[in-house]
Design a protein around this ligand. Structure first.
Ligand code: SF4
Ligand code: SF4
Length: 402
């Protein structure tokens, strides 16, 4: 059996930095963006919803001081929008403040932190953004969102006048990959995207983006027959990946050795509650999915604010969440349950009552289709290589749902 390190099969995606050991804090720095992506959950883009430095400073002070409640040994500061690089000068100030305070307090996070960005990539070559990147490069991860081919990207990711943004993003990709060669991109698939999955993953790999994190949306958008179409796309992608030996250099989160088995543990899938999101009012949320603009039916759900800190009573239900407490019987008995994701925010939004303890199973047929295609991939690749790949150790942990 080859060691994981030298294994030529690299198709499984890697864990993110420090994976579940770090505190993940998301600052929503602006509700403004240059684009009006058709699937974006943030409707009503505006310039007023901008984080103030003083709010961020208070949140940092609270989190650095609350050592009894915030015990993680490391931290990932996530900056999102809208488009976060619109506020790069504010972000630079926030990052400097964190570094100085963590140093002054001799806080363990001073040695163990990351700044993380999900960006549309349009400002990547801007001089102010490049200055920020140069200053923080050893503690930085930047993910530019590209949806796939020009046709697929420009269907959704458009300017206010309807023009597609593919060309403006694509021209910044070479510099991004030169500066962050291990970068990944994230693709979300909805019903209309299914016919373009294979070509989109191949296109992103062709651009030099080695790791593609891709998943289906949690909303109940699926039409009859979508699961068969999805399976056919993944099988075609599997064939191409194997025939062109792309599994040696590229990874895609659709393929994983560990999905499609009965549950062996009772863990919650998502990090809501262990993560924290901060909006421009200074309110704390279990995750960005609980802010008002992310929810379709339910009101925003806060778990404290930067003045009073975390509200233990509001936080407690999130910390008690596990798989059994929220899953229906069909999931507990399911033979292909592992890897079947849920999103706490989507569960809260779509539940019959105002609860986080009712798991949505809208992706059920899509997960089963993924499992069938995933089995096809590993069996075909195993036959080609003369190995029982699924009996071997994994190369990396598949990406989580978000
Ligand atoms: S949603 Fe469907 S596929 Fe997922 S665990 Fe439940 S029964 Fe299984
Ligand atoms: S799965 Fe949903 S609620 Fe959980 S961390 Fe991700 S976006 Fe937030």
């Amino acid at each position: 059996m080859s060691s994981v390190k030298n294994d030529p099969v690299k198709i499984e995606t890697d864990r993110s930095w420090e994976a579940s050991r770090s505190k993940n804090v998301t600052f929503v720095v602006t509700e403004d963006c240059q684009l009006r992506c058709r699937y974006c959950y943030m409707v009503g883009k505006n310039k007023a919803g901008r984080l103030k430095f003083d709010v961020a400073r208070r949140a940092i002070d609270y989190l650095l001081g609350a050592r009894d409640l915030v015990t993680e040994p490391s931290v990932v500061w996530d900056f999102i929008g809208g488009e976060p690089f619109l506020e790069v000068e504010l972000i630079d100030r926030i990052c400097d403040y964190f570094k100085v305070r963590a140093y002054e307090l001799d806080h363990p996070w001073f040695e163990r932190y990351r700044f993380s960005f999900s960006t549309n990539g349009l400002l990547y070559n801007d001089a102010r953004v490049q200055r920020y990147i140069a200053k923080n490069s050893s503690h930085l991860s930047v993910q530019i969102t590209v949806d796939g081919t020009r046709a697929k990207h420009d269907l959704q990711r458009v300017y206010p006048d309807g023009r597609g943004s593919y060309d403006d993003v694509a021209r910044n990709i070479p510099r991004w990959l030169e500066q962050f060669p291990k970068s990944s991109t994230k693709v979300t698939v909805s019903s209309d995207d299914i016919p373009r999955i294979k070509e989109s993953v191949l296109h992103l790999w062709g651009l030099g983006i080695k790791e593609v994190n891709i998943n289906v949306v949690f909303e109940d958008v699926w039409k009859p027959g979508d699961d068969e179409r999805f399976e056919a796309q993944l099988m075609a992608l599997a064939d191409e990946t194997i025939d062109r030996r792309l599994y040696e250099t590229r990874s895609c989160s659709f393929f994983s050795k560990t999905i499609g088995a009965p549950y062996v543990d009772n863990n919650n899938w998502c990090g809501a509650g262990r993560m924290l999101a901060v909006d421009h009012r200074g309110n704390f949320y279990p995750c960005v999915r609980f802010l008002g603009f992310s929810l379709q039916k339910r009101p925003a759900l806060t778990i404290g604010n930067c003045l009073d800190g975390l509200d233990r009573n509001r936080l407690r239900p999130f910390l008690t969440l596990d798989m059994v407490s929220q899953s229906p019987e069909e999931c507990l008995d399911c033979g292909v349950a592992t890897g079947c994701a849920w999103c706490q925010g989507a569960n809260y939004d779509f539940a019959d009552t105002r609860t986080i303890f009712q798991r949505s199973v809208a992706i059920c047929r899509m997960h089963k289709a993924r499992v069938r295609a995933n089995n096809y991939f590993w069996n075909r690749l195993g036959r080609k290589l003369g190995r029982d790949l699924r009996a071997e150790p994994r190369g990396g942990e598949g990406a989580g749902p978000c």
